[in-house]
Design a protein around this ligand. Structure first.
Ligand SMILES: O=C(O)[C@H](O)COP(=O)(O)O
Ligand SMILES: [Mn+2]
Ligand SMILES: [Mn+2]
Length: 559
Protein backbone atom coordinates (compact mmCIF):
# COMPACT_ATOMS: atom_id res chain seq x y z
CA UNK A 1 0.00 0.00 0.00
CA UNK A 2 1.26 3.50 -0.78
CA UNK A 3 2.45 5.39 2.27
CA UNK A 4 0.19 8.34 1.47
CA UNK A 5 -2.94 6.27 1.87
CA UNK A 6 -1.76 4.42 4.97
CA UNK A 7 -3.56 5.09 8.21
CA UNK A 8 -3.21 3.56 11.64
CA UNK A 9 -6.92 4.13 12.20
CA UNK A 10 -8.81 0.85 12.31
CA UNK A 11 -12.41 0.64 11.11
CA UNK A 12 -15.10 -0.03 13.66
CA UNK A 13 -16.22 -3.62 13.78
CA UNK A 14 -19.81 -3.70 12.46
CA UNK A 15 -21.08 -5.86 15.29
CA UNK A 16 -18.63 -5.94 18.20
CA UNK A 17 -18.48 -3.27 20.90
CA UNK A 18 -15.41 -1.43 22.15
CA UNK A 19 -14.30 -0.96 25.70
CA UNK A 20 -14.29 -4.54 26.99
CA UNK A 21 -11.30 -5.56 29.08
CA UNK A 22 -9.58 -8.45 27.34
CA UNK A 23 -7.25 -10.87 29.10
CA UNK A 24 -4.83 -12.34 26.56
CA UNK A 25 -3.26 -15.36 28.21
CA UNK A 26 -0.43 -17.30 26.58
CA UNK A 27 0.45 -20.60 28.21
CA UNK A 28 4.03 -21.26 27.16
CA UNK A 29 4.66 -24.80 25.94
CA UNK A 30 1.06 -26.04 26.22
CA UNK A 31 0.00 -28.24 23.31
CA UNK A 32 -2.86 -30.65 22.77
CA UNK A 33 -1.98 -34.35 22.51
CA UNK A 34 -3.38 -37.77 23.28
CA UNK A 35 -3.88 -38.43 26.96
CA UNK A 36 -1.22 -40.76 28.36
CA UNK A 37 1.28 -40.83 31.18
CA UNK A 38 3.83 -38.69 29.31
CA UNK A 39 1.25 -35.96 28.75
CA UNK A 40 1.85 -33.84 31.84
CA UNK A 41 -1.06 -31.54 31.04
CA UNK A 42 -3.35 -34.56 31.02
CA UNK A 43 -1.84 -36.04 34.18
CA UNK A 44 -1.99 -32.73 36.07
CA UNK A 45 -5.17 -31.41 37.61
CA UNK A 46 -6.17 -28.62 35.23
CA UNK A 47 -9.84 -27.95 35.96
CA UNK A 48 -9.82 -24.47 34.44
CA UNK A 49 -8.34 -25.45 31.11
CA UNK A 50 -10.55 -28.56 31.09
CA UNK A 51 -13.66 -26.46 31.59
CA UNK A 52 -12.70 -24.20 28.69
CA UNK A 53 -12.37 -27.23 26.45
CA UNK A 54 -15.50 -28.98 27.58
CA UNK A 55 -17.71 -26.03 28.43
CA UNK A 56 -18.37 -24.31 25.11
CA UNK A 57 -17.49 -26.32 22.01
CA UNK A 58 -17.89 -23.37 19.64
CA UNK A 59 -15.52 -21.24 21.73
CA UNK A 60 -12.62 -23.68 21.94
CA UNK A 61 -10.53 -25.00 19.09
CA UNK A 62 -7.01 -25.95 18.11
CA UNK A 63 -4.64 -23.81 16.07
CA UNK A 64 -1.39 -24.69 14.35
CA UNK A 65 1.75 -23.57 16.13
CA UNK A 66 4.59 -25.18 14.19
CA UNK A 67 6.18 -25.37 10.77
CA UNK A 68 4.97 -23.25 7.89
CA UNK A 69 2.05 -21.88 9.90
CA UNK A 70 4.59 -19.83 11.87
CA UNK A 71 7.07 -19.12 9.07
CA UNK A 72 9.48 -22.02 9.64
CA UNK A 73 11.06 -23.83 6.67
CA UNK A 74 9.08 -27.09 6.88
CA UNK A 75 6.27 -28.77 8.77
CA UNK A 76 8.86 -30.95 10.48
CA UNK A 77 10.00 -27.87 12.43
CA UNK A 78 8.56 -27.66 15.92
CA UNK A 79 7.22 -24.34 17.08
CA UNK A 80 9.06 -22.04 19.42
CA UNK A 81 8.50 -18.92 21.44
CA UNK A 82 10.03 -16.47 19.02
CA UNK A 83 8.05 -17.48 15.96
CA UNK A 84 4.96 -18.22 18.06
CA UNK A 85 4.80 -14.84 19.76
CA UNK A 86 5.81 -13.06 16.54
CA UNK A 87 2.81 -14.67 14.82
CA UNK A 88 0.46 -13.97 17.73
CA UNK A 89 1.44 -10.32 17.87
CA UNK A 90 1.91 -9.56 14.19
CA UNK A 91 -1.11 -11.39 12.76
CA UNK A 92 0.82 -12.40 9.66
CA UNK A 93 3.22 -15.20 8.78
CA UNK A 94 6.77 -14.10 8.06
CA UNK A 95 9.59 -16.23 6.71
CA UNK A 96 11.58 -16.50 9.92
CA UNK A 97 15.30 -16.44 10.68
CA UNK A 98 15.80 -20.17 10.11
CA UNK A 99 14.44 -19.91 6.59
CA UNK A 100 16.03 -16.58 5.71
CA UNK A 101 19.46 -17.93 6.63
CA UNK A 102 18.83 -21.13 4.65
CA UNK A 103 18.02 -19.06 1.57
CA UNK A 104 20.94 -16.67 2.03
CA UNK A 105 23.32 -19.61 2.29
CA UNK A 106 21.79 -21.61 -0.57
CA UNK A 107 21.89 -18.67 -2.97
CA UNK A 108 25.25 -17.46 -1.70
CA UNK A 109 23.73 -14.00 -1.15
CA UNK A 110 25.03 -14.05 2.40
CA UNK A 111 28.55 -13.53 1.04
CA UNK A 112 27.58 -10.47 -1.02
CA UNK A 113 26.04 -8.68 1.95
CA UNK A 114 27.57 -5.81 3.90
CA UNK A 115 27.93 -7.93 7.03
CA UNK A 116 30.09 -10.59 5.44
CA UNK A 117 32.16 -8.03 3.57
CA UNK A 118 32.82 -6.30 6.86
CA UNK A 119 34.08 -9.38 8.73
CA UNK A 120 36.02 -10.51 5.68
CA UNK A 121 38.34 -7.56 6.16
CA UNK A 122 39.81 -9.45 9.12
CA UNK A 123 40.49 -12.69 7.25
CA UNK A 124 43.93 -11.73 6.02
CA UNK A 125 45.53 -11.05 9.36
CA UNK A 126 42.99 -12.06 12.01
CA UNK A 127 41.02 -15.08 13.17
CA UNK A 128 37.36 -15.69 12.38
CA UNK A 129 35.48 -16.76 15.54
CA UNK A 130 32.09 -18.43 15.27
CA UNK A 131 30.05 -18.53 18.48
CA UNK A 132 26.71 -20.31 18.79
CA UNK A 133 24.47 -23.23 19.63
CA UNK A 134 25.70 -26.51 18.20
CA UNK A 135 22.72 -28.68 17.31
CA UNK A 136 20.16 -29.33 14.63
CA UNK A 137 17.30 -28.11 16.84
CA UNK A 138 16.47 -25.35 14.37
CA UNK A 139 15.14 -23.10 17.13
CA UNK A 140 18.16 -20.85 17.68
CA UNK A 141 20.60 -22.17 15.09
CA UNK A 142 21.20 -25.17 12.86
CA UNK A 143 24.30 -27.30 12.42
CA UNK A 144 24.01 -27.42 8.61
CA UNK A 145 24.04 -23.62 8.49
CA UNK A 146 27.24 -23.55 10.55
CA UNK A 147 28.74 -26.15 8.21
CA UNK A 148 27.89 -24.07 5.14
CA UNK A 149 29.23 -20.92 6.76
CA UNK A 150 32.51 -22.65 7.66
CA UNK A 151 32.86 -23.84 4.09
CA UNK A 152 31.86 -20.50 2.58
CA UNK A 153 34.12 -18.42 4.82
CA UNK A 154 37.14 -20.64 4.28
CA UNK A 155 36.59 -20.56 0.51
CA UNK A 156 36.52 -16.78 0.77
CA UNK A 157 39.79 -16.40 2.54
CA UNK A 158 39.34 -17.22 6.23
CA UNK A 159 42.62 -18.89 7.10
CA UNK A 160 42.27 -19.22 10.82
CA UNK A 161 38.89 -20.19 12.27
CA UNK A 162 37.89 -20.84 15.87
CA UNK A 163 34.50 -22.24 16.82
CA UNK A 164 33.10 -21.57 20.29
CA UNK A 165 30.40 -24.13 20.84
CA UNK A 166 27.38 -24.12 23.12
CA UNK A 167 25.92 -27.56 23.72
CA UNK A 168 22.15 -27.97 23.50
CA UNK A 169 20.15 -30.87 25.02
CA UNK A 170 17.08 -28.59 25.20
CA UNK A 171 15.83 -28.38 21.62
CA UNK A 172 17.34 -31.83 20.98
CA UNK A 173 17.88 -34.93 23.13
CA UNK A 174 20.24 -34.68 26.07
CA UNK A 175 23.49 -36.46 25.23
CA UNK A 176 23.30 -35.60 21.55
CA UNK A 177 26.05 -32.99 22.05
CA UNK A 178 28.74 -35.66 21.68
CA UNK A 179 27.61 -36.55 18.16
CA UNK A 180 27.33 -32.91 17.11
CA UNK A 181 30.87 -32.17 18.33
CA UNK A 182 32.15 -35.25 16.49
CA UNK A 183 30.52 -34.07 13.29
CA UNK A 184 31.97 -30.58 13.70
CA UNK A 185 35.42 -31.99 14.49
CA UNK A 186 35.24 -34.03 11.33
CA UNK A 187 34.41 -30.93 9.28
CA UNK A 188 37.21 -28.94 10.91
CA UNK A 189 39.67 -31.78 10.23
CA UNK A 190 38.74 -31.60 6.55
CA UNK A 191 39.38 -27.87 6.58
CA UNK A 192 42.75 -28.46 8.22
CA UNK A 193 43.64 -30.88 5.41
CA UNK A 194 42.99 -28.01 3.05
CA UNK A 195 45.39 -25.82 4.98
CA UNK A 196 42.87 -23.87 7.03
CA UNK A 197 43.82 -23.62 10.69
CA UNK A 198 40.36 -24.51 12.02
CA UNK A 199 39.63 -25.69 15.56
CA UNK A 200 37.10 -25.66 18.36
CA UNK A 201 38.37 -23.13 20.89
CA UNK A 202 35.90 -23.24 23.77
CA UNK A 203 32.55 -24.54 24.85
CA UNK A 204 29.92 -24.90 27.52
CA UNK A 205 26.25 -25.75 28.04
CA UNK A 206 23.81 -23.22 26.61
CA UNK A 207 21.95 -22.61 29.88
CA UNK A 208 25.12 -22.09 31.89
CA UNK A 209 27.32 -20.41 29.33
CA UNK A 210 26.40 -17.40 27.12
CA UNK A 211 22.75 -18.03 26.21
CA UNK A 212 20.90 -16.28 29.02
CA UNK A 213 18.04 -14.00 28.00
CA UNK A 214 16.29 -10.84 29.10
CA UNK A 215 19.17 -10.09 31.49
CA UNK A 216 18.13 -12.76 33.97
CA UNK A 217 21.70 -13.67 34.92
CA UNK A 218 24.74 -11.88 33.50
CA UNK A 219 27.04 -14.45 35.11
CA UNK A 220 25.98 -16.81 32.33
CA UNK A 221 27.30 -14.42 29.71
CA UNK A 222 30.43 -13.69 31.72
CA UNK A 223 31.32 -17.40 31.89
CA UNK A 224 31.16 -17.46 28.12
CA UNK A 225 33.14 -14.25 27.76
CA UNK A 226 35.92 -15.59 29.96
CA UNK A 227 36.24 -18.75 27.87
CA UNK A 228 35.65 -17.27 24.41
CA UNK A 229 37.41 -13.92 24.69
CA UNK A 230 39.90 -14.34 27.53
CA UNK A 231 40.61 -18.03 26.93
CA UNK A 232 40.01 -18.82 30.58
CA UNK A 233 37.81 -21.58 32.00
CA UNK A 234 37.87 -24.00 34.93
CA UNK A 235 38.21 -26.96 32.58
CA UNK A 236 40.91 -27.37 29.95
CA UNK A 237 41.07 -30.07 27.29
CA UNK A 238 43.09 -30.77 24.20
CA UNK A 239 40.13 -32.17 22.33
CA UNK A 240 36.49 -30.99 22.29
CA UNK A 241 34.94 -34.46 21.97
CA UNK A 242 36.84 -35.56 25.04
CA UNK A 243 35.80 -32.33 26.77
CA UNK A 244 32.11 -32.93 26.26
CA UNK A 245 32.29 -36.62 27.15
CA UNK A 246 34.28 -36.00 30.34
CA UNK A 247 32.24 -33.04 31.51
CA UNK A 248 29.02 -35.01 31.01
CA UNK A 249 30.31 -37.46 33.61
CA UNK A 250 30.11 -34.83 36.36
CA UNK A 251 27.08 -35.77 38.50
CA UNK A 252 23.88 -33.86 37.66
CA UNK A 253 25.45 -32.34 34.57
CA UNK A 254 23.82 -32.48 31.17
CA UNK A 255 24.22 -30.87 27.77
CA UNK A 256 22.24 -27.80 28.77
CA UNK A 257 24.43 -27.14 31.81
CA UNK A 258 27.95 -28.25 30.85
CA UNK A 259 30.53 -26.07 32.63
CA UNK A 260 32.70 -23.83 30.45
CA UNK A 261 35.89 -25.23 28.97
CA UNK A 262 38.70 -24.08 26.72
CA UNK A 263 40.77 -26.09 24.31
CA UNK A 264 44.50 -25.77 24.97
CA UNK A 265 47.62 -26.64 22.99
CA UNK A 266 50.60 -28.80 24.02
CA UNK A 267 51.81 -26.03 26.32
CA UNK A 268 48.49 -25.61 28.02
CA UNK A 269 47.77 -22.35 26.22
CA UNK A 270 44.23 -21.59 25.04
CA UNK A 271 44.05 -22.07 21.26
CA UNK A 272 41.52 -19.37 20.48
CA UNK A 273 41.03 -16.30 22.66
CA UNK A 274 39.51 -13.36 20.81
CA UNK A 275 42.02 -10.57 20.23
CA UNK A 276 42.34 -7.22 18.44
CA UNK A 277 41.89 -7.53 14.70
CA UNK A 278 39.74 -10.70 14.83
CA UNK A 279 36.29 -11.16 13.35
CA UNK A 280 33.42 -12.62 15.39
CA UNK A 281 30.11 -14.01 14.17
CA UNK A 282 27.39 -15.19 16.53
CA UNK A 283 25.75 -17.76 14.28
CA UNK A 284 22.39 -18.13 16.07
CA UNK A 285 19.55 -16.63 14.07
CA UNK A 286 17.16 -16.40 17.00
CA UNK A 287 17.27 -13.16 18.92
CA UNK A 288 16.44 -13.52 22.61
CA UNK A 289 19.45 -15.47 23.80
CA UNK A 290 21.94 -13.52 21.65
CA UNK A 291 21.08 -9.97 22.72
CA UNK A 292 23.18 -10.09 25.89
CA UNK A 293 26.36 -11.43 24.29
CA UNK A 294 25.84 -9.00 21.40
CA UNK A 295 25.86 -6.13 23.88
CA UNK A 296 29.06 -7.43 25.47
CA UNK A 297 30.75 -7.79 22.08
CA UNK A 298 29.56 -4.48 20.64
CA UNK A 299 29.09 -1.85 23.33
CA UNK A 300 32.07 0.34 24.14
CA UNK A 301 30.38 1.33 27.39
CA UNK A 302 29.30 -1.74 29.24
CA UNK A 303 28.96 -2.30 32.97
CA UNK A 304 27.23 -5.67 33.33
CA UNK A 305 30.44 -7.47 34.23
CA UNK A 306 34.14 -6.78 34.04
CA UNK A 307 35.22 -7.73 30.54
CA UNK A 308 38.90 -7.38 31.55
CA UNK A 309 39.76 -6.91 27.88
CA UNK A 310 37.53 -5.37 25.20
CA UNK A 311 39.21 -6.44 21.96
CA UNK A 312 38.84 -4.31 18.83
CA UNK A 313 37.03 -6.78 16.62
CA UNK A 314 34.76 -6.84 13.62
CA UNK A 315 31.54 -8.32 14.98
CA UNK A 316 28.45 -9.42 13.07
CA UNK A 317 25.37 -11.33 14.17
CA UNK A 318 23.84 -13.95 11.91
CA UNK A 319 20.82 -11.62 12.06
CA UNK A 320 20.18 -8.28 13.67
CA UNK A 321 18.68 -9.36 16.98
CA UNK A 322 16.97 -6.19 18.21
CA UNK A 323 15.25 -3.92 15.69
CA UNK A 324 14.85 -1.04 18.13
CA UNK A 325 18.39 -1.06 19.49
CA UNK A 326 19.74 -1.92 16.02
CA UNK A 327 21.82 -4.57 17.72
CA UNK A 328 24.19 -5.76 16.48
CA UNK A 329 24.86 -3.02 13.98
CA UNK A 330 26.40 -5.51 11.53
CA UNK A 331 24.71 -8.76 10.53
CA UNK A 332 24.96 -11.36 7.79
CA UNK A 333 21.25 -11.77 7.01
CA UNK A 334 18.49 -9.21 7.36
CA UNK A 335 15.83 -10.26 9.88
CA UNK A 336 12.17 -10.55 8.88
CA UNK A 337 10.69 -7.06 8.68
CA UNK A 338 7.86 -7.51 11.11
CA UNK A 339 6.03 -4.22 11.09
CA UNK A 340 2.57 -2.87 11.88
CA UNK A 341 2.08 -5.38 14.67
CA UNK A 342 -1.24 -5.55 16.50
CA UNK A 343 0.29 -3.85 19.53
CA UNK A 344 1.23 -0.83 17.48
CA UNK A 345 -2.21 -0.63 15.85
CA UNK A 346 -3.91 -0.88 19.21
CA UNK A 347 -2.04 2.02 20.81
CA UNK A 348 -2.98 4.14 17.78
CA UNK A 349 -6.63 3.24 18.33
CA UNK A 350 -6.92 4.07 22.00
CA UNK A 351 -6.43 0.57 23.40
CA UNK A 352 -4.42 0.65 26.63
CA UNK A 353 -2.26 -2.39 27.20
CA UNK A 354 -0.70 -4.07 30.20
CA UNK A 355 1.78 -6.90 29.60
CA UNK A 356 3.44 -9.07 32.21
CA UNK A 357 5.53 -12.16 32.70
CA UNK A 358 8.50 -13.18 34.77
CA UNK A 359 11.98 -12.42 33.48
CA UNK A 360 12.57 -15.63 31.54
CA UNK A 361 9.49 -14.97 29.39
CA UNK A 362 9.09 -11.22 29.79
CA UNK A 363 10.40 -10.42 26.34
CA UNK A 364 8.05 -12.97 24.83
CA UNK A 365 4.92 -10.87 25.52
CA UNK A 366 6.72 -7.60 24.81
CA UNK A 367 9.78 -7.92 22.54
CA UNK A 368 8.68 -10.93 20.44
CA UNK A 369 5.04 -9.84 20.53
CA UNK A 370 6.05 -6.48 19.07
CA UNK A 371 8.11 -7.97 16.24
CA UNK A 372 11.49 -8.16 18.04
CA UNK A 373 11.44 -4.56 19.20
CA UNK A 374 12.37 -3.62 22.72
CA UNK A 375 10.56 -0.80 24.50
CA UNK A 376 7.11 0.72 24.27
CA UNK A 377 5.25 2.02 21.23
CA UNK A 378 3.64 4.60 23.47
CA UNK A 379 4.47 4.65 27.17
CA UNK A 380 1.29 6.61 27.91
CA UNK A 381 -0.81 3.75 26.57
CA UNK A 382 1.21 0.76 27.73
CA UNK A 383 2.65 -0.67 30.90
CA UNK A 384 4.97 -3.67 30.88
CA UNK A 385 5.73 -5.37 34.19
CA UNK A 386 8.52 -7.88 34.71
CA UNK A 387 8.51 -10.14 37.74
CA UNK A 388 12.08 -11.21 38.54
CA UNK A 389 12.61 -14.91 37.83
CA UNK A 390 14.63 -17.11 40.10
CA UNK A 391 18.14 -17.38 38.72
CA UNK A 392 20.80 -19.99 39.17
CA UNK A 393 18.30 -22.86 39.45
CA UNK A 394 16.70 -25.28 37.05
CA UNK A 395 12.99 -24.80 37.13
CA UNK A 396 12.11 -28.36 38.13
CA UNK A 397 13.23 -27.24 41.59
CA UNK A 398 10.58 -24.48 41.62
CA UNK A 399 7.98 -25.69 39.13
CA UNK A 400 5.36 -23.19 40.22
CA UNK A 401 7.77 -20.46 39.15
CA UNK A 402 6.11 -17.03 39.40
CA UNK A 403 2.77 -18.10 37.93
CA UNK A 404 0.82 -16.88 40.94
CA UNK A 405 2.62 -13.53 41.02
CA UNK A 406 2.00 -13.02 37.28
CA UNK A 407 -1.68 -13.85 37.75
CA UNK A 408 -1.95 -11.44 40.69
CA UNK A 409 -0.44 -8.64 38.64
CA UNK A 410 -2.81 -9.42 35.79
CA UNK A 411 -5.77 -9.57 38.17
CA UNK A 412 -4.88 -6.20 39.68
CA UNK A 413 -4.41 -4.67 36.23
CA UNK A 414 -7.81 -6.01 35.14
CA UNK A 415 -9.59 -4.84 38.29
CA UNK A 416 -7.96 -1.40 38.04
CA UNK A 417 -9.91 -0.88 34.79
CA UNK A 418 -6.99 1.17 33.55
CA UNK A 419 -6.28 -1.24 30.70
CA UNK A 420 -8.21 -2.63 27.75
CA UNK A 421 -5.83 -5.51 27.12
CA UNK A 422 -4.01 -7.41 29.85
CA UNK A 423 -1.53 -9.80 28.30
CA UNK A 424 0.51 -12.41 30.11
CA UNK A 425 2.78 -15.35 29.42
CA UNK A 426 2.65 -18.22 31.91
CA UNK A 427 6.01 -19.99 31.53
CA UNK A 428 5.55 -23.16 33.58
CA UNK A 429 4.68 -25.85 31.05
CA UNK A 430 7.58 -24.81 28.89
CA UNK A 431 10.36 -23.97 31.31
CA UNK A 432 9.78 -27.01 33.46
CA UNK A 433 9.08 -29.20 30.44
CA UNK A 434 12.56 -28.34 29.13
CA UNK A 435 14.11 -29.86 32.26
CA UNK A 436 12.72 -33.28 31.29
CA UNK A 437 11.45 -33.80 34.85
CA UNK A 438 8.00 -35.32 34.38
CA UNK A 439 6.84 -35.05 37.98
CA UNK A 440 7.87 -31.42 38.23
CA UNK A 441 6.20 -30.67 34.90
CA UNK A 442 2.91 -32.02 36.25
CA UNK A 443 3.21 -29.60 39.19
CA UNK A 444 4.06 -26.84 36.71
CA UNK A 445 0.94 -27.45 34.63
CA UNK A 446 -1.29 -27.35 37.69
CA UNK A 447 0.26 -24.03 38.73
CA UNK A 448 -0.32 -22.54 35.28
CA UNK A 449 -3.95 -23.71 35.37
CA UNK A 450 -4.46 -22.03 38.75
CA UNK A 451 -3.01 -18.82 37.37
CA UNK A 452 -5.45 -18.94 34.46
CA UNK A 453 -8.30 -19.33 36.94
CA UNK A 454 -7.28 -16.23 38.86
CA UNK A 455 -7.20 -14.18 35.66
CA UNK A 456 -10.55 -15.52 34.44
CA UNK A 457 -12.13 -14.72 37.80
CA UNK A 458 -10.99 -11.11 37.47
CA UNK A 459 -12.39 -10.95 33.95
CA UNK A 460 -15.69 -12.24 35.32
CA UNK A 461 -15.76 -9.41 37.85
CA UNK A 462 -15.25 -6.62 35.32
CA UNK A 463 -17.50 -8.12 32.64
CA UNK A 464 -14.56 -8.67 30.30
CA UNK A 465 -13.44 -11.16 27.70
CA UNK A 466 -10.71 -13.76 27.83
CA UNK A 467 -8.59 -15.29 25.10
CA UNK A 468 -6.49 -18.20 26.34
CA UNK A 469 -3.98 -19.84 24.04
CA UNK A 470 -0.39 -21.11 23.86
CA UNK A 471 2.68 -20.51 21.72
CA UNK A 472 3.68 -24.14 20.94
CA UNK A 473 3.65 -27.56 22.54
CA UNK A 474 6.04 -28.91 25.16
CA UNK A 475 4.54 -30.28 28.40
CA UNK A 476 1.93 -32.41 26.61
CA UNK A 477 4.55 -34.89 25.47
CA UNK A 478 7.70 -35.70 27.40
CA UNK A 479 8.92 -38.74 25.51
CA UNK A 480 10.71 -39.13 22.22
CA UNK A 481 8.60 -41.25 19.89
CA UNK A 482 9.12 -43.26 16.73
CA UNK A 483 7.15 -42.60 13.54
CA UNK A 484 4.33 -44.79 14.83
CA UNK A 485 4.11 -42.64 17.95
CA UNK A 486 5.53 -45.28 20.31
CA UNK A 487 7.92 -44.19 23.10
CA UNK A 488 11.57 -44.81 22.25
CA UNK A 489 13.89 -46.55 24.67
CA UNK A 490 17.61 -45.96 25.12
CA UNK A 491 20.15 -48.77 25.23
CA UNK A 492 19.47 -49.35 28.93
CA UNK A 493 15.77 -49.78 28.32
CA UNK A 494 14.81 -46.41 29.80
CA UNK A 495 12.49 -44.10 27.91
CA UNK A 496 14.14 -41.26 26.05
CA UNK A 497 13.01 -38.06 27.70
CA UNK A 498 11.92 -35.31 25.34
CA UNK A 499 13.10 -31.95 26.66
CA UNK A 500 12.14 -30.06 23.50
CA UNK A 501 9.00 -28.53 22.07
CA UNK A 502 6.65 -30.58 19.91
CA UNK A 503 4.75 -30.38 16.62
CA UNK A 504 1.37 -30.41 18.36
CA UNK A 505 -1.33 -27.80 17.83
CA UNK A 506 -2.33 -25.58 20.73
CA UNK A 507 -5.75 -24.75 22.14
CA UNK A 508 -7.43 -21.37 21.93
CA UNK A 509 -10.48 -20.53 24.01
CA UNK A 510 -12.59 -17.37 24.13
CA UNK A 511 -15.27 -16.39 26.58
CA UNK A 512 -16.21 -14.22 29.52
CA UNK A 513 -19.27 -12.12 30.32
CA UNK A 514 -18.19 -9.37 27.93
CA UNK A 515 -18.16 -11.62 24.90
CA UNK A 516 -21.04 -10.51 22.71
CA UNK A 517 -23.78 -13.09 22.27
CA UNK A 518 -23.43 -14.88 18.97
CA UNK A 519 -19.62 -14.78 18.89
CA UNK A 520 -18.18 -18.20 18.05
CA UNK A 521 -15.32 -19.76 16.15
CA UNK A 522 -15.86 -19.96 12.43
CA UNK A 523 -15.88 -23.40 10.87
CA UNK A 524 -14.28 -22.23 7.63
CA UNK A 525 -10.74 -21.64 8.92
CA UNK A 526 -9.82 -25.26 9.63
CA UNK A 527 -6.11 -24.62 9.14
CA UNK A 528 -6.02 -21.59 11.40
CA UNK A 529 -2.79 -20.96 13.21
CA UNK A 530 -1.29 -18.55 15.71
CA UNK A 531 -1.16 -15.80 13.08
CA UNK A 532 -4.98 -15.77 13.01
CA UNK A 533 -5.18 -14.75 16.65
CA UNK A 534 -4.24 -11.08 16.21
CA UNK A 535 -7.21 -10.30 13.94
CA UNK A 536 -9.44 -12.20 16.36
CA UNK A 537 -8.30 -10.10 19.31
CA UNK A 538 -8.54 -6.84 17.34
CA UNK A 539 -12.17 -7.77 16.54
CA UNK A 540 -12.86 -8.43 20.21
CA UNK A 541 -11.57 -4.92 20.95
CA UNK A 542 -14.31 -3.67 18.59
CA UNK A 543 -12.27 -3.09 15.42
CA UNK A 544 -11.87 -4.60 12.00
CA UNK A 545 -8.40 -6.04 11.56
CA UNK A 546 -6.05 -4.56 8.92
CA UNK A 547 -6.84 -6.08 5.55
CA UNK A 548 -3.50 -7.85 5.14
CA UNK A 549 -3.71 -9.66 8.48
CA UNK A 550 -4.47 -13.37 8.50
CA UNK A 551 -8.21 -13.78 8.81
CA UNK A 552 -10.08 -13.74 12.09
CA UNK A 553 -11.09 -16.98 13.78
CA UNK A 554 -14.47 -15.65 14.92
CA UNK A 555 -17.85 -14.81 13.49
CA UNK A 556 -20.89 -13.15 15.03
CA UNK A 557 -24.16 -14.91 14.39
CA UNK A 558 -27.55 -13.39 15.15
CA UNK A 559 -29.36 -15.38 17.78
O1 LIG B 1 15.44 -20.94 24.37
C1 LIG B 1 14.84 -21.88 24.88
O2 LIG B 1 14.57 -21.94 26.08
C2 LIG B 1 14.45 -23.03 23.99
O3 LIG B 1 15.43 -23.26 23.05
C3 LIG B 1 13.18 -22.74 23.28
O4 LIG B 1 12.15 -22.40 24.17
P1 LIG B 1 11.17 -21.18 23.90
O5 LIG B 1 11.02 -21.08 22.43
O6 LIG B 1 9.88 -21.62 24.56
O7 LIG B 1 11.74 -19.99 24.53
MN1 LIG C 1 7.59 -20.80 24.27
MN1 LIG D 1 10.59 -23.53 25.27
Amino acid sequence: MGSSEFSWKLKDHPKLPKGKTIAMVVLDGWGEANPNKYNCIHVAETPTMDSLKNGAPDKWRLVKAHGKAVGLPTDDDMGNSEVGHNALGAGRIYAQGAQLVDIALETGKIYDGEGFKYIKESFETGTLHLIGLLSDGGVHSRLNQLQLLLKGASERGAKRIRVHILTDGRDVLDGSSVGFVETLENDLAKLREKGVDAQVASGGGRMYVTMDRYENDWDVVKRGWDAQVLGEAPHKFKNPVEAVKKLREIPNTNDQYLPPFVIVDENGKAVGPIVDGDAVVTFNFRADRMVMIAKALEYENFDKFDRVRFPKIRYAGMLQYDGELKLPSRYLVSPPEIERTSGEYLVHNGVRTFACSETVKFGHVTFFWNGNRSGYFNPQMEEYVEIPSDSGITFNVQPKMKALEIAEKARDAILSRKFDQVRVNLPNGDMVGHTGDIEATVVACKAADEAVKMILDAIEQVGGIYVVTADHGNAEDMVKRNKKGEPLLDKNGNIQILTSHTLEPVPIAIGGPGLAPGVRFRKDVPNGGLANVAATVINLHGFEAPSDYETTLIEVVDN
